[in-house]
Design a protein around this ligand. Structure first.
Ligand code: ADP
Length: 350
């Protein structure tokens, strides 16, 4: 069962990230990054937000693209309000202890449960020619990402909720075997009762970086691109009977409107759907107008950071230093618990 926490207490440690597999889209923004920024403002708890460049390698194996995407993702975090003075912002690959913890946690992850993971099944269907072990153990690396800082609250979108349950399974198993509460339980965090899922523009499923580029609205899309993509979004032929239920494609458009448009506009178009007078062209024009108004200032802020590469390097460096301090403390404690203390003489003499 998916357990969502809506509370943060003083002992909570917040950890989350996004994969650098392309430009961040509005699904990542509303499902994750907006909440990262809000949490930093709302709570004084330690927080760690990283760019998951190792996770990107499971599906995206192009060095130049990865570099570009890492730079843009970091600029996006900052442009969306993540503050390096209040939070630790870093690249996953700058913290070697994560890979060491990943190795240990692999001993506590069972093959059957990894094979049953919904995202694994989706990813092997999408990448039949590259079903690599990294895809299978993705939830283990994600567990290492969170547990390396002893994270307890993980703001994520719905598609990641199952992974957070798996983190609890692995950490509880390790605690049980070594009879010590090394890790506390990590919970998915959401501001509302449910997770936000931003639908794809192609009529089905969630918006994703990995799909066809026209099905996702990117935070770096120009006004013209946003308009074009929304105008091309899938609809149906229109309601023929009054009070018909919404089809999936049209529901998706209303879900997008809920993110950008005001109540008055939404009610107007909902009523015109119910009385069959709706013109999808008008709805799309309104949606495009409102989406552009919302996205433009974000895009401008992100672009400002993209154009300051030295500042990005500085922020990533100081973030890595803080993240490594925290990560190394955890890994030292864990090595000791596992009987792997680095002090060779201690290891063989005790
Ligand atoms: P993608 O599927 O686009 O590659 P990531 O795996 O990098 O995205 O996910 C980064 C964060 O964005 C995660 O917390 C994920 O749950 C969230 N997220 C991704 N797509 C959506 C979506 N369409 N709606 C809501 N949240 C999403």
């Amino acid at each position: 069962m998916t357990t969502i926490s809506k509370t943060i207490t003083k002992d909570d440690i917040i950890v989350s990230g996004a994969r650098s597999t392309g430009v961040i889209h509005i699904g990542n923004y509303f499902g994750a990054i907006r909440n990262f920024a809000k949490m930093i403002d709302d709570f004084e708890n330690p927080s760690f937000f990283f760019i998951a460049d190792w996770h990107a390698l499971t599906t995206h194996q192009d060095a130049a693209l990865l570099k570009d995407s890492v730079r843009k993702t970091l600029a996006t975090y900052l442009g969306c309000g993540l503050d390096p003075n209040k939070s630790t912002i870093y690249l996953q690959s700058d913290v070697p202890a994560i890979s060491e913890l990943y190795l240990y946690l692999n001993m506590f992850a069972h093959l059957g449960e990894l094979e049953r993971t919904a995202t694994f099944k989706e990813k092997i269907a999408a990448n039949p020619n590259n079903i690599n072990a990294g895809l299978l153990t993705y939830p283990v690396l994600m567990a290492a990402d969170v547990l390396i800082h002893k994270g307890t609250k993980v703001p994520v979108g719905k598609d990641q909720a199952q992974h957070i349950e798996m983190i609890r399974t692995f950490s509880n198993r390790l605690n049980r075997v070594y009879k010590k509460e090394i890790f506390k339980e990590a919970l998915a965090y959401s501001y509302s009762d449910d997770f936000v899922t931003v639908p794809s523009l192609n009529g089905s499923g969630k918006m994703s970086k990995s799909d066809d580029p026209n099905s996702a609205i990117l935070l770096l899309d120009s006004d013209k691109d946003i308009e074009k993509k929304i105008k091309r979004a899938k609809t149906d032929t229109g309601p023929t009977e009054k009070n018909s239920p919404l089809t999936q494609e049209v529901k998706n458009l209303f879900d997008l409107m809920a993110l950008f448009s005001n109540e008055e506009q939404i009610t107007y178009f909902k009523n015109s759907y119910l009385d069959c007078s709706i013109r999808y062209g008008d709805l799309k024009n309104q949606l495009a107008l409102d989406a552009i108004q919302f996205i433009r200032p974000l895009r401008e802020q992100i672009e400002e950071y993209i154009n300051k590469p030295n500042l990005l390097v500085e922020i990533a460096k100081s973030g890595a230093e803080k993240a490594n301090n925290s990560a190394n403390n955890t890994i030292e404690e864990l090595r000791d618990t596992l009987g792997l203390t680095r002090k060779f003489l201690n290891k063989i003499s005790n």
